[in-house]
Design a protein around this ligand. Structure first.
Ligand SMILES: *Cc1c(COP(=O)(O)O)cnc(C)c1O
Length: 237
C-alpha cells in the first residue's frame, strides 16, 4: 500500500469512529482531500485509493492538475480566496465553490458558468469568529446574503464553510463549531438545497464531526506537512 492509501484508510476510520461516537449515521460525513501544493501524482494516488473529492486553493496550480487528471473521476472544490479576474476559470473548471463571500463574485461565477455544465454548487464562507482580518461574511450578514445567492440562476446554495481561528482553547473552538452548526440548521429550514456544513481540518476533524460537520477538509493528515512553496513536485513522484 502507498503511504497515501494508508493515511486515507486511517482518516476514514477516524471519521467512522467519530460518526459512531456522535450517534450519526455511517457515511454522513464526506471527506474532501485538500491537495494544495501537492503534485498531480499525489492526487492520482489518492484517487486510485478511492478518494473522489478534492479541494484546491490556488487557481493556476489547480488548472494544471485538473488538466493532468482529466482521465479520472474527480469532483473539484474551490476553497481559496477568489479574485474577480479568476472567476471565469473557476466557473469553467470546478464543481463546487466553498469560499463564496461576495455578491459580485457570485454574479460573475453564475454568468461565466458554461452552458453545457451543471449548475455550480456553492457554500457561503462564514467568518465564524468575526475576525476582521479574515475572509468570509459575518453571521449577521449571512441570511440576507443567502437570500441573494439563492436567487442567482446557475448557482445552487449547498451550505456553509467555516475556518475557525486557530486556538489551543478547546472551549473556544467548540463554541465556533456550535455556532456554525446552529446557523447551518437555520439555513436548512429555509433552503431545501442546503445539506453541507463544511468544517473540520486535520487537527480538529473529530470535534467538528461531533458538532455536526458534514464535510471535513483534510490536507496534512492525508498528504503530509506542506512546505512553504506552492507546488511540491519533489516530495511525491
Ligand atoms: C489548507 C486548507 C485545509 C486543510 O488543512 P490541513 O490542516 O492541512 O488539514 C482545509 N481548508 C482550507 C480552506 C484550507 O485552505
Amino acid at each position: 500500500m502507498t503511504d497515501i492509501k494508508k493515511r486515507l484508510v486511517s482518516i476514514k476510520n477516524t471519521i467512522d469512529t467519530a460518526e459512531n461516537t456522535a450517534h450519526r449515521p455511517h457515511g454522513s460525513v464526506e471527506l474532501l482531500a485538500v491537495s494544495k501544493t501537492w503534485p498531480a501524482q499525489a492526487l492520482r494516488q489518492a484517487n486510485q485509493a478511492g478518494q473522489r473529492l478534492f479541494g484546491e486553493n490556488y487557481i493556476q496550480e489547480a488548472l494544471k492538475k485538473i488538466s493532468d487528471l482529466a482521465d479520472l473521476d474527480i469532483e473539484w472544490h474551490f476553497i481559496g480566496p477568489i479574485q474577480s479576474n479568476k472567476t471565469r476559470d473557476i466557473a469553467a473548471h470546478f464543481d463546487w465553490v466553498q469560499s463564496l463571500d461576495r455578491a459580485k463574485i457570485a454574479q460573475r461565477l453564475a454568468k461565466q458558468r458554461p452552458e453545457n455544465m451543471p449548475d455550480l454548487n456553492v457554500c457561503i464562507q462564514v467568518n465564524i469568529d468575526d475576525e476582521s482580518s479574515k475572509s468570509g461574511i459575518t453571521s449577521t450578514e449571512l441570511f440576507s446574503f443567502a437570500h441573494e445567492i439563492n436567487q442567482i440562476d446557475r448557482l445552487v446554495l449547498r451550505g456553509l464553510m467555516i475556518i475557525p481561528t486557530k486556538t489551543e482553547h478547546a472551549k473556544q473552538q467548540l463554541l465556533a463549531f456550535k455556532k456554525a452548526h446552529c446557523l447551518f440548521e437555520k439555513l436548512t429550514e429555509q433552503y431545501p438545497t442546503v445539506d453541507t456544513l463544511s468544517m473540520g481540518m486535520s487537527s480538529d476533524m473529530i470535534l467538528a464531526i461531533e458538532e455536526g460537520s458534514s464535510m471535513v477538509r483534510i490536507g496534512t493528515a492525508l498528504f503530509g506537512e506542506r512546505t512553504t512553496g506552492r507546488v511540491n513536485y519533489t516530495q511525491i513522484t
